[in-house]
Design a protein around this ligand. Structure first.
Ligand SMILES: Cc1cc2nc3c(=O)[nH]c(=O)nc-3n(C[C@H](O)[C@H](O)[C@H](O)COP(=O)(O)O)c2cc1C
Length: 430
Protein backbone atom coordinates (compact mmCIF):
# COMPACT_ATOMS: atom_id res chain seq x y z
CA UNK A 1 0.00 0.00 0.00
CA UNK A 2 1.20 3.51 -0.65
CA UNK A 3 1.01 6.53 1.62
CA UNK A 4 -2.58 7.31 0.63
CA UNK A 5 -3.62 3.74 1.25
CA UNK A 6 -4.53 3.21 -2.40
CA UNK A 7 -3.29 -0.18 -3.48
CA UNK A 8 -0.84 -0.03 -6.38
CA UNK A 9 -3.17 -2.27 -8.38
CA UNK A 10 -5.89 0.41 -8.26
CA UNK A 11 -3.72 3.18 -9.65
CA UNK A 12 -4.17 4.38 -13.22
CA UNK A 13 -1.33 4.12 -15.72
CA UNK A 14 -0.63 6.44 -18.65
CA UNK A 15 0.93 4.71 -21.65
CA UNK A 16 3.55 6.24 -23.98
CA UNK A 17 0.83 6.99 -26.60
CA UNK A 18 -1.00 9.13 -24.03
CA UNK A 19 -3.91 6.76 -23.30
CA UNK A 20 -4.64 6.10 -19.62
CA UNK A 21 -5.85 2.79 -18.21
CA UNK A 22 -7.83 2.96 -14.99
CA UNK A 23 -6.03 0.26 -13.00
CA UNK A 24 -3.31 -2.38 -13.32
CA UNK A 25 -5.42 -5.45 -14.07
CA UNK A 26 -4.50 -6.70 -17.54
CA UNK A 27 -6.79 -9.53 -18.58
CA UNK A 28 -4.47 -11.56 -20.78
CA UNK A 29 -5.58 -13.09 -24.04
CA UNK A 30 -7.56 -16.35 -23.92
CA UNK A 31 -8.95 -17.78 -27.13
CA UNK A 32 -12.66 -17.84 -26.37
CA UNK A 33 -13.35 -20.54 -28.99
CA UNK A 34 -16.74 -18.92 -29.47
CA UNK A 35 -16.70 -18.20 -33.20
CA UNK A 36 -18.46 -20.50 -35.63
CA UNK A 37 -17.16 -21.74 -38.97
CA UNK A 38 -17.55 -18.24 -40.38
CA UNK A 39 -14.96 -16.97 -37.84
CA UNK A 40 -17.31 -14.13 -36.87
CA UNK A 41 -17.76 -12.81 -33.33
CA UNK A 42 -20.97 -13.90 -31.63
CA UNK A 43 -23.47 -12.82 -28.96
CA UNK A 44 -21.44 -14.98 -26.56
CA UNK A 45 -18.38 -12.77 -27.11
CA UNK A 46 -20.52 -9.74 -26.32
CA UNK A 47 -21.85 -11.25 -23.08
CA UNK A 48 -18.46 -12.57 -21.97
CA UNK A 49 -16.71 -9.23 -22.47
CA UNK A 50 -19.54 -7.28 -20.85
CA UNK A 51 -19.15 -9.51 -17.79
CA UNK A 52 -15.39 -9.01 -17.73
CA UNK A 53 -15.64 -5.24 -18.26
CA UNK A 54 -18.10 -4.99 -15.39
CA UNK A 55 -15.72 -7.11 -13.35
CA UNK A 56 -13.38 -4.15 -13.12
CA UNK A 57 -10.18 -4.88 -15.10
CA UNK A 58 -8.32 -1.90 -16.58
CA UNK A 59 -7.50 -3.68 -19.84
CA UNK A 60 -9.21 -6.67 -21.48
CA UNK A 61 -7.14 -8.28 -24.21
CA UNK A 62 -9.26 -10.44 -26.54
CA UNK A 63 -8.35 -13.98 -27.49
CA UNK A 64 -6.14 -14.13 -30.55
CA UNK A 65 -7.91 -12.87 -33.66
CA UNK A 66 -6.49 -14.21 -36.92
CA UNK A 67 -5.55 -12.06 -39.88
CA UNK A 68 -6.48 -14.79 -42.41
CA UNK A 69 -9.53 -17.06 -42.09
CA UNK A 70 -7.77 -19.86 -44.00
CA UNK A 71 -5.01 -19.87 -41.38
CA UNK A 72 -6.46 -20.48 -37.92
CA UNK A 73 -4.53 -21.39 -34.81
CA UNK A 74 -7.38 -23.07 -32.95
CA UNK A 75 -10.96 -24.09 -33.63
CA UNK A 76 -13.36 -21.26 -32.82
CA UNK A 77 -10.95 -18.41 -33.61
CA UNK A 78 -12.34 -15.09 -34.77
CA UNK A 79 -10.73 -13.84 -38.00
CA UNK A 80 -10.85 -10.24 -39.22
CA UNK A 81 -9.78 -9.55 -42.79
CA UNK A 82 -12.26 -6.92 -43.89
CA UNK A 83 -15.36 -5.03 -42.77
CA UNK A 84 -17.86 -7.90 -43.20
CA UNK A 85 -18.39 -8.40 -39.44
CA UNK A 86 -18.10 -4.75 -38.46
CA UNK A 87 -21.47 -4.65 -36.72
CA UNK A 88 -20.71 -7.58 -34.42
CA UNK A 89 -17.18 -6.26 -33.85
CA UNK A 90 -18.71 -2.94 -32.79
CA UNK A 91 -20.98 -4.68 -30.30
CA UNK A 92 -18.05 -6.74 -28.97
CA UNK A 93 -15.91 -3.61 -28.54
CA UNK A 94 -18.75 -1.68 -26.91
CA UNK A 95 -19.27 -4.49 -24.39
CA UNK A 96 -15.55 -4.74 -23.63
CA UNK A 97 -15.16 -1.02 -23.04
CA UNK A 98 -18.02 -0.62 -20.54
CA UNK A 99 -17.21 0.60 -17.08
CA UNK A 100 -14.16 2.54 -18.31
CA UNK A 101 -12.27 -0.59 -19.39
CA UNK A 102 -9.91 -0.67 -22.33
CA UNK A 103 -10.51 -3.53 -24.76
CA UNK A 104 -7.56 -4.44 -26.98
CA UNK A 105 -7.73 -6.92 -29.85
CA UNK A 106 -4.91 -9.47 -29.90
CA UNK A 107 -3.88 -10.01 -33.53
CA UNK A 108 -2.18 -13.18 -34.72
CA UNK A 109 -1.16 -15.47 -37.56
CA UNK A 110 -0.40 -19.08 -36.55
CA UNK A 111 2.17 -19.93 -39.22
CA UNK A 112 2.95 -23.65 -39.00
CA UNK A 113 1.19 -23.96 -35.64
CA UNK A 114 -2.16 -24.56 -37.28
CA UNK A 115 -3.52 -28.07 -36.62
CA UNK A 116 -4.02 -30.34 -39.63
CA UNK A 117 -7.66 -30.87 -38.60
CA UNK A 118 -8.41 -27.26 -39.54
CA UNK A 119 -5.64 -26.45 -42.02
CA UNK A 120 -3.95 -28.71 -44.55
CA UNK A 121 -1.88 -25.87 -46.07
CA UNK A 122 -0.04 -23.91 -43.42
CA UNK A 123 2.80 -21.45 -44.08
CA UNK A 124 5.98 -20.82 -42.15
CA UNK A 125 9.26 -18.92 -42.43
CA UNK A 126 10.87 -22.15 -43.69
CA UNK A 127 9.49 -25.48 -44.91
CA UNK A 128 10.07 -28.87 -43.31
CA UNK A 129 7.83 -31.20 -41.41
CA UNK A 130 7.75 -31.16 -37.65
CA UNK A 131 9.65 -34.05 -36.18
CA UNK A 132 8.60 -36.27 -33.30
CA UNK A 133 5.23 -37.21 -31.88
CA UNK A 134 3.59 -33.95 -32.78
CA UNK A 135 4.46 -34.11 -36.47
CA UNK A 136 1.29 -35.98 -37.44
CA UNK A 137 -0.94 -33.24 -36.00
CA UNK A 138 0.47 -30.50 -38.23
CA UNK A 139 0.70 -30.48 -42.04
CA UNK A 140 4.03 -29.73 -43.65
CA UNK A 141 4.19 -25.96 -44.11
CA UNK A 142 5.18 -24.10 -47.25
CA UNK A 143 7.96 -21.53 -46.88
CA UNK A 144 6.60 -18.02 -47.36
CA UNK A 145 7.78 -16.01 -50.34
CA UNK A 146 8.80 -12.40 -49.73
CA UNK A 147 5.61 -11.32 -51.48
CA UNK A 148 3.53 -13.45 -49.10
CA UNK A 149 5.40 -12.00 -46.13
CA UNK A 150 4.51 -8.50 -47.31
CA UNK A 151 0.89 -9.60 -47.69
CA UNK A 152 0.78 -10.84 -44.08
CA UNK A 153 2.34 -7.59 -42.81
CA UNK A 154 -0.41 -5.77 -44.68
CA UNK A 155 -3.04 -8.08 -43.14
CA UNK A 156 -1.90 -7.29 -39.58
CA UNK A 157 -2.28 -3.58 -40.39
CA UNK A 158 -5.74 -4.13 -41.94
CA UNK A 159 -6.99 -6.09 -38.92
CA UNK A 160 -5.66 -3.37 -36.58
CA UNK A 161 -7.34 -0.64 -38.63
CA UNK A 162 -10.68 -2.49 -38.51
CA UNK A 163 -10.29 -3.09 -34.75
CA UNK A 164 -9.88 0.65 -34.22
CA UNK A 165 -12.82 1.43 -36.50
CA UNK A 166 -15.00 -1.02 -34.55
CA UNK A 167 -14.21 0.72 -31.26
CA UNK A 168 -11.50 -1.46 -29.73
CA UNK A 169 -9.23 0.90 -27.81
CA UNK A 170 -5.92 -0.82 -28.54
CA UNK A 171 -4.28 -3.83 -30.18
CA UNK A 172 -1.77 -6.42 -29.06
CA UNK A 173 0.49 -8.09 -31.63
CA UNK A 174 1.03 -11.77 -30.70
CA UNK A 175 4.75 -12.43 -31.12
CA UNK A 176 4.95 -15.27 -28.56
CA UNK A 177 3.94 -18.92 -27.98
CA UNK A 178 5.36 -20.37 -31.18
CA UNK A 179 3.06 -18.63 -33.69
CA UNK A 180 4.25 -17.06 -36.94
CA UNK A 181 6.07 -13.99 -35.61
CA UNK A 182 7.72 -16.17 -32.95
CA UNK A 183 8.69 -18.62 -35.71
CA UNK A 184 10.50 -15.82 -37.53
CA UNK A 185 12.32 -14.85 -34.32
CA UNK A 186 13.39 -18.42 -33.60
CA UNK A 187 16.49 -19.82 -35.32
CA UNK A 188 14.92 -23.27 -34.86
CA UNK A 189 12.04 -22.42 -37.18
CA UNK A 190 13.59 -19.69 -39.31
CA UNK A 191 16.29 -21.05 -41.59
CA UNK A 192 15.89 -18.40 -44.26
CA UNK A 193 18.93 -16.99 -45.93
CA UNK A 194 17.28 -13.79 -47.21
CA UNK A 195 16.72 -10.51 -45.35
CA UNK A 196 14.19 -12.22 -42.99
CA UNK A 197 16.60 -14.85 -41.64
CA UNK A 198 20.04 -15.13 -40.08
CA UNK A 199 21.05 -13.00 -37.10
CA UNK A 200 18.49 -11.50 -34.75
CA UNK A 201 18.38 -8.17 -36.64
CA UNK A 202 17.08 -10.10 -39.64
CA UNK A 203 14.90 -12.62 -37.77
CA UNK A 204 13.20 -9.70 -36.02
CA UNK A 205 12.61 -7.84 -39.28
CA UNK A 206 9.15 -9.40 -39.80
CA UNK A 207 8.03 -8.36 -36.29
CA UNK A 208 9.34 -4.82 -36.80
CA UNK A 209 7.61 -4.52 -40.19
CA UNK A 210 4.35 -5.76 -38.63
CA UNK A 211 4.74 -3.33 -35.74
CA UNK A 212 5.49 -0.34 -37.98
CA UNK A 213 2.59 -1.17 -40.33
CA UNK A 214 0.18 -1.53 -37.40
CA UNK A 215 1.39 1.73 -35.85
CA UNK A 216 0.96 3.48 -39.20
CA UNK A 217 -2.58 2.04 -39.50
CA UNK A 218 -3.78 3.14 -36.05
CA UNK A 219 -1.83 6.36 -35.54
CA UNK A 220 0.42 7.56 -32.71
CA UNK A 221 -2.24 7.92 -30.00
CA UNK A 222 -3.61 4.38 -30.05
CA UNK A 223 -2.17 1.73 -27.70
CA UNK A 224 -0.11 -0.95 -29.49
CA UNK A 225 1.23 -3.75 -27.26
CA UNK A 226 3.42 -6.74 -28.16
CA UNK A 227 3.33 -10.14 -26.43
CA UNK A 228 6.83 -11.59 -26.55
CA UNK A 229 8.53 -14.69 -25.18
CA UNK A 230 11.33 -14.18 -22.71
CA UNK A 231 13.00 -17.03 -24.60
CA UNK A 232 11.64 -19.99 -26.47
CA UNK A 233 14.27 -22.32 -27.77
CA UNK A 234 14.75 -25.71 -26.15
CA UNK A 235 17.55 -25.08 -23.75
CA UNK A 236 19.35 -28.11 -22.36
CA UNK A 237 18.82 -30.34 -25.39
CA UNK A 238 20.33 -27.88 -27.79
CA UNK A 239 23.18 -26.87 -25.52
CA UNK A 240 24.17 -30.53 -25.37
CA UNK A 241 23.75 -31.00 -29.12
CA UNK A 242 25.94 -28.06 -29.94
CA UNK A 243 28.61 -28.76 -27.39
CA UNK A 244 27.51 -25.98 -25.07
CA UNK A 245 27.39 -23.15 -27.60
CA UNK A 246 23.68 -22.42 -27.74
CA UNK A 247 22.62 -19.25 -29.52
CA UNK A 248 18.86 -19.18 -29.95
CA UNK A 249 16.09 -16.66 -29.34
CA UNK A 250 17.20 -16.36 -25.78
CA UNK A 251 16.71 -13.79 -23.06
CA UNK A 252 19.47 -11.55 -24.41
CA UNK A 253 17.86 -11.46 -27.85
CA UNK A 254 14.43 -11.00 -26.33
CA UNK A 255 15.62 -7.94 -24.37
CA UNK A 256 17.25 -6.57 -27.53
CA UNK A 257 13.96 -6.96 -29.42
CA UNK A 258 12.08 -5.24 -26.58
CA UNK A 259 14.48 -2.29 -26.69
CA UNK A 260 14.03 -1.95 -30.43
CA UNK A 261 10.25 -2.04 -30.00
CA UNK A 262 10.55 0.64 -27.33
CA UNK A 263 12.43 2.86 -29.81
CA UNK A 264 9.77 2.22 -32.43
CA UNK A 265 7.02 3.37 -30.05
CA UNK A 266 5.47 0.29 -28.45
CA UNK A 267 3.11 1.07 -25.55
CA UNK A 268 3.47 -2.10 -23.52
CA UNK A 269 5.35 -5.38 -23.60
CA UNK A 270 3.41 -8.42 -22.40
CA UNK A 271 6.06 -10.84 -21.14
CA UNK A 272 5.38 -14.52 -21.69
CA UNK A 273 7.26 -17.67 -22.57
CA UNK A 274 7.18 -21.38 -23.16
CA UNK A 275 10.00 -23.77 -23.95
CA UNK A 276 10.18 -27.38 -24.99
CA UNK A 277 10.85 -28.41 -21.43
CA UNK A 278 8.59 -25.89 -19.82
CA UNK A 279 5.35 -25.23 -21.65
CA UNK A 280 3.55 -22.23 -20.26
CA UNK A 281 0.70 -24.31 -18.89
CA UNK A 282 2.66 -27.28 -17.62
CA UNK A 283 0.11 -29.61 -16.10
CA UNK A 284 -3.54 -29.81 -15.20
CA UNK A 285 -2.86 -29.85 -11.48
CA UNK A 286 -4.14 -26.32 -10.85
CA UNK A 287 -3.33 -24.78 -7.47
CA UNK A 288 -0.71 -27.42 -6.66
CA UNK A 289 1.31 -26.33 -9.68
CA UNK A 290 0.65 -22.65 -8.97
CA UNK A 291 1.97 -22.90 -5.43
CA UNK A 292 5.12 -24.60 -6.69
CA UNK A 293 5.73 -22.11 -9.50
CA UNK A 294 4.59 -18.77 -8.09
CA UNK A 295 4.48 -15.86 -10.55
CA UNK A 296 5.92 -16.86 -13.94
CA UNK A 297 8.98 -15.17 -15.50
CA UNK A 298 9.75 -13.14 -12.37
CA UNK A 299 13.51 -13.54 -12.76
CA UNK A 300 13.36 -12.42 -16.37
CA UNK A 301 11.20 -9.42 -15.42
CA UNK A 302 13.83 -8.44 -12.84
CA UNK A 303 16.45 -8.52 -15.57
CA UNK A 304 14.28 -6.41 -17.88
CA UNK A 305 13.51 -3.87 -15.16
CA UNK A 306 16.65 -1.79 -15.55
CA UNK A 307 16.68 -2.04 -19.32
CA UNK A 308 13.28 -0.68 -20.35
CA UNK A 309 11.19 2.38 -19.67
CA UNK A 310 8.12 1.11 -21.54
CA UNK A 311 5.43 -0.44 -19.30
CA UNK A 312 5.48 -4.22 -18.88
CA UNK A 313 2.64 -6.66 -18.20
CA UNK A 314 3.93 -9.79 -16.54
CA UNK A 315 1.50 -12.63 -17.21
CA UNK A 316 1.10 -15.97 -15.50
CA UNK A 317 0.63 -17.30 -12.00
CA UNK A 318 -0.95 -14.26 -10.30
CA UNK A 319 -3.57 -15.68 -7.94
CA UNK A 320 -3.75 -13.25 -5.01
CA UNK A 321 -3.50 -9.54 -4.21
CA UNK A 322 -0.35 -10.00 -2.15
CA UNK A 323 1.71 -11.28 -5.09
CA UNK A 324 0.28 -8.56 -7.32
CA UNK A 325 1.19 -5.76 -4.92
CA UNK A 326 4.64 -7.21 -4.37
CA UNK A 327 5.38 -7.32 -8.11
CA UNK A 328 4.14 -3.76 -8.57
CA UNK A 329 6.06 -2.49 -5.52
CA UNK A 330 9.23 -4.14 -6.73
CA UNK A 331 8.75 -2.42 -10.09
CA UNK A 332 9.21 -5.62 -12.11
CA UNK A 333 5.88 -5.00 -13.82
CA UNK A 334 3.48 -2.14 -14.29
CA UNK A 335 0.43 -4.25 -15.20
CA UNK A 336 -0.72 -7.56 -13.70
CA UNK A 337 -1.36 -10.03 -16.53
CA UNK A 338 -4.00 -12.54 -15.51
CA UNK A 339 -5.89 -15.11 -17.56
CA UNK A 340 -7.29 -18.37 -16.11
CA UNK A 341 -8.49 -16.93 -12.77
CA UNK A 342 -10.73 -14.51 -14.67
CA UNK A 343 -12.52 -17.40 -16.37
CA UNK A 344 -13.49 -18.58 -12.89
CA UNK A 345 -13.88 -15.27 -11.06
CA UNK A 346 -14.70 -12.67 -13.74
CA UNK A 347 -15.07 -9.87 -11.17
CA UNK A 348 -11.79 -10.59 -9.39
CA UNK A 349 -10.48 -7.03 -10.05
CA UNK A 350 -13.55 -5.50 -8.40
CA UNK A 351 -13.29 -7.87 -5.45
CA UNK A 352 -9.67 -6.96 -4.89
CA UNK A 353 -9.93 -3.21 -5.49
CA UNK A 354 -13.34 -2.43 -4.04
CA UNK A 355 -13.81 -5.18 -1.47
CA UNK A 356 -10.11 -5.56 -0.59
CA UNK A 357 -10.52 -9.33 -0.94
CA UNK A 358 -7.30 -10.98 0.17
CA UNK A 359 -7.94 -14.62 -0.70
CA UNK A 360 -6.35 -16.67 -3.43
CA UNK A 361 -8.00 -18.06 -6.57
CA UNK A 362 -7.22 -21.76 -6.46
CA UNK A 363 -7.39 -23.29 -9.91
CA UNK A 364 -8.79 -26.82 -9.70
CA UNK A 365 -7.02 -29.97 -10.76
CA UNK A 366 -8.67 -30.70 -14.11
CA UNK A 367 -9.08 -34.45 -14.45
CA UNK A 368 -11.21 -36.91 -16.39
CA UNK A 369 -10.83 -39.38 -13.56
CA UNK A 370 -8.94 -41.69 -15.92
CA UNK A 371 -5.17 -41.39 -15.71
CA UNK A 372 -4.54 -42.53 -19.27
CA UNK A 373 -6.97 -39.93 -20.64
CA UNK A 374 -5.46 -37.19 -18.50
CA UNK A 375 -2.04 -38.10 -19.84
CA UNK A 376 -3.22 -38.31 -23.43
CA UNK A 377 -5.04 -34.98 -23.45
CA UNK A 378 -3.09 -32.99 -20.80
CA UNK A 379 -2.82 -29.54 -22.44
CA UNK A 380 -6.04 -29.83 -24.45
CA UNK A 381 -7.91 -30.90 -21.34
CA UNK A 382 -6.96 -27.71 -19.51
CA UNK A 383 -7.63 -25.48 -22.51
CA UNK A 384 -11.03 -27.12 -23.19
CA UNK A 385 -11.98 -26.81 -19.54
CA UNK A 386 -11.31 -23.07 -19.52
CA UNK A 387 -13.04 -22.67 -22.88
CA UNK A 388 -16.08 -24.36 -21.35
CA UNK A 389 -16.05 -21.85 -18.49
CA UNK A 390 -15.86 -18.91 -20.94
CA UNK A 391 -18.66 -20.51 -22.93
CA UNK A 392 -20.81 -20.62 -19.79
CA UNK A 393 -20.21 -16.93 -19.07
CA UNK A 394 -20.97 -16.19 -22.74
CA UNK A 395 -24.34 -17.86 -22.25
CA UNK A 396 -25.12 -15.86 -19.13
CA UNK A 397 -24.28 -18.68 -16.71
CA UNK A 398 -21.83 -18.67 -13.85
CA UNK A 399 -18.50 -20.46 -14.18
CA UNK A 400 -18.57 -23.83 -12.45
CA UNK A 401 -15.26 -25.04 -11.01
CA UNK A 402 -16.76 -28.47 -10.18
CA UNK A 403 -17.13 -29.45 -13.83
CA UNK A 404 -15.06 -32.53 -14.63
CA UNK A 405 -12.47 -32.98 -17.34
CA UNK A 406 -14.51 -35.53 -19.27
CA UNK A 407 -17.32 -33.04 -19.70
CA UNK A 408 -14.82 -30.49 -20.99
CA UNK A 409 -13.53 -32.94 -23.60
CA UNK A 410 -17.10 -33.82 -24.66
CA UNK A 411 -17.90 -30.12 -24.88
CA UNK A 412 -14.89 -29.51 -27.14
CA UNK A 413 -15.87 -32.39 -29.45
CA UNK A 414 -19.51 -31.29 -29.50
CA UNK A 415 -18.59 -27.75 -30.43
CA UNK A 416 -15.72 -28.23 -32.85
CA UNK A 417 -15.77 -31.93 -33.82
CA UNK A 418 -13.20 -34.63 -32.94
CA UNK A 419 -10.44 -32.40 -34.39
CA UNK A 420 -10.78 -30.26 -31.25
CA UNK A 421 -8.77 -32.88 -29.37
CA UNK A 422 -5.69 -32.62 -31.60
CA UNK A 423 -2.86 -30.64 -29.99
CA UNK A 424 -3.14 -27.01 -30.99
CA UNK A 425 0.39 -26.13 -30.06
CA UNK A 426 3.56 -27.87 -30.81
CA UNK A 427 5.09 -29.39 -27.75
CA UNK A 428 6.81 -26.63 -25.88
CA UNK A 429 4.45 -23.79 -26.74
CA UNK A 430 1.16 -22.89 -25.16
C1 LIG B 1 -8.00 -21.32 -22.65
C2 LIG B 1 -6.75 -20.50 -22.86
C3 LIG B 1 -6.60 -19.80 -24.06
C4 LIG B 1 -5.46 -19.00 -24.26
N1 LIG B 1 -5.39 -18.27 -25.42
C5 LIG B 1 -4.37 -17.38 -25.58
C6 LIG B 1 -4.35 -16.51 -26.70
O1 LIG B 1 -5.26 -16.50 -27.55
N2 LIG B 1 -3.30 -15.66 -26.81
C7 LIG B 1 -2.30 -15.60 -25.88
O2 LIG B 1 -1.38 -14.80 -26.02
N3 LIG B 1 -2.30 -16.40 -24.80
C8 LIG B 1 -3.31 -17.27 -24.62
N4 LIG B 1 -3.35 -18.04 -23.47
C9 LIG B 1 -2.30 -17.87 -22.45
C10 LIG B 1 -2.71 -16.81 -21.40
O3 LIG B 1 -2.80 -15.51 -21.97
C11 LIG B 1 -1.71 -16.72 -20.25
O4 LIG B 1 -0.45 -16.32 -20.78
C12 LIG B 1 -1.56 -18.03 -19.47
O5 LIG B 1 -2.83 -18.63 -19.23
C13 LIG B 1 -0.85 -17.80 -18.12
O6 LIG B 1 -1.54 -16.88 -17.35
P1 LIG B 1 -2.48 -17.33 -16.09
O7 LIG B 1 -1.58 -18.11 -15.16
O8 LIG B 1 -2.96 -16.04 -15.47
O9 LIG B 1 -3.57 -18.16 -16.65
C14 LIG B 1 -4.46 -18.89 -23.26
C15 LIG B 1 -4.62 -19.60 -22.06
C16 LIG B 1 -5.75 -20.40 -21.86
C17 LIG B 1 -5.91 -21.11 -20.54
Amino acid sequence: MNAHNTPGIAKPLTLPCGATVKNRFYKSAMNEALAGRDCAPTEEHVRLYRTWAEGGAGVLVTGNVMVDRTQLGEPGNVAVEDGRDLNMLRRWAAAGTRNGAHCWMQINHPGRQSPITINQHPYAPSGGKLEGDYGRFFAEPTALTVEQIHDIVHRFATTARIAKKAGFTGVEIHAAHGYLINQFLSPEDNRRTDEYGGDIEHRARFLFEVFDAVREAVGPEFPVAVKLNSSDVPIAVKIDDRGGSFSGFDEKESIWVMKQLEKRGVDLIDISGGTLEKPLIQTNSGAVEDRRRGVYFTEFARRVKGELTVPVALTGGFRNARDMERALDEGITQMIGIARPLALVPDLPKRIIRDRWDGSVDLPWVTTGVKALDRAFGGILVISWFELQMNRIGHGKRPDPRIGGLRALCFAIGKHGPGALAPRHRKGHQ
